[in-house]
Design a protein around this ligand. Structure first.
Ligand code: ZN
Length: 278
């Protein structure tokens, strides 16, 4: 009888220990999962970053315009399902069709880059602007391209939320809501509003922002070299379902040299890099 009692106590004891181990290993697994998910995130706020949503035909969209002011809750999910990013000044931010900049966000360090601009971006035009760090990098990129005998021009950089709103509303009026939502970015969701994006073209190519840009020496050079100056081709070919945009060989986004090189080598996208693609 005594033996049975001891055996019973032992069994209970063993069961308890194994339960604890299980919960410990679940914890460890959770931690590992978390680390794997966040491995590449220098800043967890990036999860709430956003991508660039304007189409470079010059349209952008915003459906929630009249209510912008009541959507100021950082990182909160809005009624329309958009997340508001809380790190708008990070060069690593992700703005996309799911992730928007805080309402009214305007970069504090916008400057002209010392590069040739398209005639549509004349002196004083806000399209010439980039954040300082991106403008410096663009100048280096243009110098390197020129040294290789290429002829790049900058077409369109910074775009304010107000401008994006106008473009979107014009598109709705002209083409209808459905078309606008497909081809235009809503205000706050265009990467051009970050001051980190620039559309570039070959000076020789008359029709500026076209996929045929990739057929030019300038387009090919950018594809192979932009990362050395901290830029990525933000909307690569065949990644439309991930980025939300078709192939835009002309749209450069500054992310810094290290990240740009990793993304270039992995032939991936900003969304995939941060694990934002389901
Ligand atoms: Zn663009």
């Amino acid at each position: 009888m005594k033996k049975i009692a001891i055996l019973f106590i032992l069994m209970v004891f063993v069961t308890l220990i194994s339960c604890q181990q299980e919960s410990y290993s679940t914890e460890k697994q959770d931690k590992r999962n978390y680390q794997a998910e966040h491995k590449k995130e220098p800043n967890t706020a990036l999860v709430n970053a956003g991508v660039d949503e304007e189409t470079d035909e010059g349209e952008t969209s915003e459906q929630d315009t009249p209510n912008q002011s009541d959507q100021e809750n950082d990182t909160a999910e809005q009624e329309d399902g958009l997340k508001v990013i809380d790190n708008p000044t990070s060069v690593e931010l992700v703005v996309n069709k799911q992730r928007k900049l805080p309402d009214g966000y305007e970069p504090g360090d916008l400057v002209d880059a010392n590069v040739p601009y398209h005639p549509s971006a004349g002196e004083g035009n806000p399209k010439r602007l980039l954040r300082q760090v991106a403008a410096d990098a663009l100048e280096e990129l243009f110098q390197a391209a020129e040294a290789d005998g290429l002829d790049l021009i900058a077409v369109s950089g910074y775009r304010s939320a107000q401008r994006q709103k106008q473009l979107y509303e014009n598109s709705v009026a002209k083409n209808g809501q459905e078309h606008a939502d497909k081809f235009s970015a809503k205000p706050g969701t265009s990467e051009h509003q970050t001051g980190l994006a620039m559309d570039v073209a070959s000076a020789a190519l008359v029709a500026v922002l076209e996929q045929s840009f990739i057929e030019t020496d300038e387009g090919k050079w950018l594809e192979d070299n932009a990362h050395k100056y901290g830029f990525i081709i933000r909307y690569p070919e065949g990644k439309e379902e991930i980025t939300g945009y078709g192939y835009e060989p002309w749209h450069l986004r500054y992310v810094g040299e290290e990240m740009a090189t990793e993304i270039y080598q992995a032939q991936t996208t900003l969304e995939e890099y941060f694990g934002l693609y389901p």
